[in-house]
Design a protein. Structure first.
Length: 352
């Protein structure tokens, strides 16, 4: 008899929301996105933001600023002077280490090495491109190669760890906010004031004020680390689950800044996400539901290496903007947020 507990499947309600109108180098056109969540009001909320995107020429403009996956190795030196000497030697051998990584992987490319010396400890933060994979295992394997080579070249160093936490993997950190981990993506939208009033039932001024007072000042008061947003994590988790991503990466993924400003009568609204860790190949992507979702998103096409993952990142950022804009609009009106939750969740219970 199979172990029922070990083979159980946890169902997560999933709905396709949109379409969202997007433009940019990574993706263009109108596309629905899958959201797997128990927080069912998320569907109509993102859907409202999607309606706004369709009311704007060009929709949400998405720019992929950068892409990299990181792993930091830890080495132990006899003293700080030896650690600094080794760090300089490693930097001088960057081209050699790039060739070493390329010889062992078709898709990993070593972009840069950043070093940090703390006492006699030497941390090397390695950044790689990883094609269409999110790249966790790929960069760990490449980091192992680099680590072994450095230990051979620098006999005074000792092994510390293949991951020294400067990556920083699945943790909120200043280093990821500054240098990025995964895809660094900006989604932005210019919404006419009339559309704000009609679709979001608020005004440009109230939205701008709320974003400043809540996300920026409130975030500072809370001690948020390079983070000023209302709920990036909600949309990220829903999309990550539906598309077979490592859901724990919403920890760094939810870092990001929402910015809003008045431009005449219009609203400029943007979401900057420096740490979107997503991939279209690798673990979890061959599950039937995930495979179908990626195909429907157009992320299984024959494109240049990395283009499908950039497409997924761009659609993810656009969905985050839709959810962020809708939630902030609701919070400008007293009682609207809770009333919507009660109405929508009770309706779902009746249908069940």
């Amino acid at each position: 008899m199979p172990d029922v507990a070990s083979s159980a499947v946890t169902p997560i309600p999933t709905r396709w929301v949109g379409p969202i109108r997007v433009s940019g180098d990574a993706v263009a056109g109108e596309h629905e996105v899958p959201l797997a969540t128990y927080e069912t009001p998320l569907w109509p909320s993102v859907g409202r933001g999607a309606r706004v995107s369709r009311a704007v020429e060009g929709g949400i403009r998405v720019t992929v600023v950068d892409e990299r996956m990181t792993r930091s190795v830890l080495l132990v030196a006899p003293d700080a002077a030896a650690a600094v000497s080794a760090a300089r030697a490693v930097q001088g051998r960057l081209a050699e280490l790039q060739a070493l990584v390329a010889s062992q992987s078709r898709f990993a490319w070593l972009l840069e090495i950043r070093d940090e010396v703390i006492g006699n400890l030497l941390y090397l933060r390695l950044a790689f491109t990883t094609g269409d994979a999110s790249g966790h295992n790929m960069v760990t394997q490449a980091a192992d190669l680099v680590l072994q080579d450095v230990l051979r070249a620098e006999p005074r160093l000792e092994y510390g760890s293949v991951s020294g936490n400067l990556c920083a993997d699945k943790k909120v950190s200043a280093v990821n906010g500054l240098l990025g981990r995964g895809k660094n993506v900006v989604a932005e939208l210019l919404v006419p004031g009339a559309v704000v009033e009609r679709e979001l039932r608020t005004s440009v001024r109230r939205l701008v004020d709320l974003n400043t007072r809540k996300n920026l000042v409130g975030g500072i008061a809370a001690g948020s680390l390079r983070t000023a947003n209302a709920h990036y994590a909600n949309v990220l988790l829903a999309l990550y689950l539906a598309t077979g991503q490592d859901a724990a990466n919403i920890v760094e993924g939810s870092q990001g800044i929402t910015w809003a400003e008045e431009r005449g009568d219009d609203l400029y609204f943007s979401c900057t996400l420096p740490n979107l860790v997503v991939g279209t190949v690798g673990n979890g992507k061959n599950l039937p539901g995930v495979e179908l979702a990626l195909e429907r998103l157009g992320c299984r096409e024959d494109r240049a290496v990395g283009a499908n993952a950039r497409r997924l990142a761009a659609l993810t950022a656009a969905a985050v903007l839709c959810g962020e804009l809708s939630l902030l609009a609701a919070q400008t009106n007293p009682g609207e947020l809770m009333a919507a939750h009660v109405r929508l969740e009770r309706r779902a219970e009746v249908r069940a």
